[in-house]
Design a protein around this ligand. Structure first.
Ligand code: FES
Length: 115
């Protein structure tokens, strides 16, 4: 079977994510089509599966609309669990101590890719 050497498609353009803001994307990871939450900090983007470890719900309250607390944490819209935007750890709420599943990303030429 021929192996495709086509370049991987970008998840999103960096400019489509506000600095300090979120965006959603979808990616094929280990053969599964997964929803992602992306968080931009300057020229860097962090990503996690958009699946809350508490009850498996999406974190956004509407597609691509995520909540950020005054403390700067990502807040799950379902039951309010708060996640550190540094490492994805749940710092408060019903799944405290659990973590979002991180996804390695890189920014190249103004586009965000799976690393
Ligand atoms: S599903 Fe996220 S806090 Fe319950």
């Amino acid at each position: 079977m021929p192996v495709s050497d086509a370049p991987a498609a970008a998840l999103i353009a960096l400019e489509r994510i506000a600095d300090g803001g979120f965006a959603e994307a979808e990616a094929c990871i280990d053969g599964d089509h997964e929803p992602l939450v992306l968080y931009r900090e300057g020229e860097r983007v962090r990503g996690w599966l958009n699946i809350c470890p508490h009850a498996g719900r999406r974190l956004d309250w509407a597609p691509g609309q995520f909540l950020k607390s005054k403390a700067g944490d990502l807040v799950c819209a379902a039951h309010g669990a708060s996640f550190s935007l540094t490492d994805g750890e749940c710092v408060a709420g019903p799944c405290k101590g659990d973590r979002l599943r991180s996804v390695a990303l890189e920014v190249r030429d103004g586009q965000v890719f799976l690393a």
